[in-house]
Design a protein around this ligand. Structure first.
Ligand SMILES: C[S@@+](CC[C@H](N)C(=O)[O-])C[C@H]1O[C@@H](n2cnc3c(N)ncnc32)[C@H](O)[C@@H]1O
Length: 303
């Protein structure tokens, strides 16, 4: 098992969700259970957390971390887009707050065998949900050159997408690309040396793009933001922490559109944006946990 995940922007999330006893919260991305644990502490003695994650490794860490609060947690292995169905299964029609802390946890990133890490050798997997059918190796060895280039450009904003796609197709004619380091070598050779920067691995954007596509990350986020807020009670809040500009753009634009629509609709329910600008980690938190550097937190309230 990889290292423990350090939760980001914890105090900020707790304050925005206005955690109190008697309430029901959803942590839709449990990961190692860091945020859920803090919500349970702050909602003692009787607050409830409904936790979800689609990754079995994350769930076993979370179950362990939340053991002292077992009687106040309900945990599901699910894609968070199914949140409304889970709540109807539990016969809960409204909750007080929902947290989405999207992206990868350290539990996933640091475990070489999952194929997310640029730094360690491992199978080119990248599935967060181990039950999913398509891995990164399937995409790398199966997509056409044009589809590969499109994927790298769209989900990685990779300026060298066409060159990398061409190099991948040439390489796989010789031998299929099955490991993280095999892919990394191809990408590094495809990008001109003068565009290799010291602090950023040349394959970073390629890995990001494949991971997003394997897990359908942007579509899942878009879908759950569209429907998830409807399960909030009036005054209930939705917090989203994202880690790159493609995700943050979806959160910002969806919140804005929903808020505008509800202004037009009058006082009959909708969303109000709470954070005009995204909340970012303090310098102190960034020093303590460098992985939190790109985190952005946005919050909206059901009115
Ligand atoms: C950044 S981690 C969350 C860390 C957590 N807040 C903590 O404090 O430990 C993101 C988690 O969300 C999960 N995840 C991402 N997309 C998901 C989805 N569509 N459905 C369910 N879980 C998802 C990942 O498997 C990962 O464990």
């Amino acid at each position: 098992m990889g290292s423990r995940h350090i939760p980001v922007l914890v105090e900020e999330v707790i304050a925005l969700l206005r955690c109190e006893p008697h309430q029901v919260y959803v942590d839709a991305t449990l990961g190692g259970g860091g945020h859920a644990l803090e919500i349970l502490r702050r909602t003692a003695p009787d607050g409830i957390v409904i936790g979800m994650d689609w990754d079995e490794d994350a769930l076993s860490e979370a179950r362990e971390a939340l053991k002292p609060f077992e009687h106040r947690t309900k945990i599901f292995r699910e894609n968070f887009v199914n949140l409304p169905d889970i709540l109807s299964l539990l016969k809960i029609d409204r909750v007080d707050g929902i947290l989405f802390d999207v992206g990868l946890s350290s539990i996933q990133l640091d475990e070489g065998g999952r194929g997310f890490s640029l730094k360690s050798e491992g199978p080119l997997d990248m599935r967060m949900d181990q039950r999913a059918k398509v891995s990164a190796a399937d995409l790398v060895n199966g997509l056409s050159e044009a589809e590969l280039a499109e994927t790298l450009y769209r989900y990685g904003e990779e300026r060298w997408s066409r060159r990398i796609a061409k190099a991948i197709v040439e390489e796989r004619r010789r031998d299929s690309i099955e490991t993280t380091q095999a892919l990394r070598r191809v990408v590094c050779q495809a990008i001109p040396r003068r565009f290799h920067f010291r602090r950023i691995d040349p394959a970073t954007k390629t890995f990001q793009a494949l991971r997003i596509r394997v897990n359908d990350e942007l579509e899942n986020l878009r879908q759950v933001l569209e429907t998830g807020w409807r399960v909030l009670r009036e005054g209930g809040r939705l917090c989203v922490i994202s880690f790159h500009s493609l995700e943050d753009r979806i959160v910002k634009e969806t919140f804005r559109r929903l808020a505008k629509e509800s202004e037009k609709a009058g006082p009959n329910g909708g969303l109000r944006i709470v954070t005009k600008r995204p909340v970012v980690p303090s310098e102190e938190e960034q020093n303590r946990n460098p992985r939190c550097r790109s985190a952005k937190l946005r919050c909206a309230e059901r009115v």
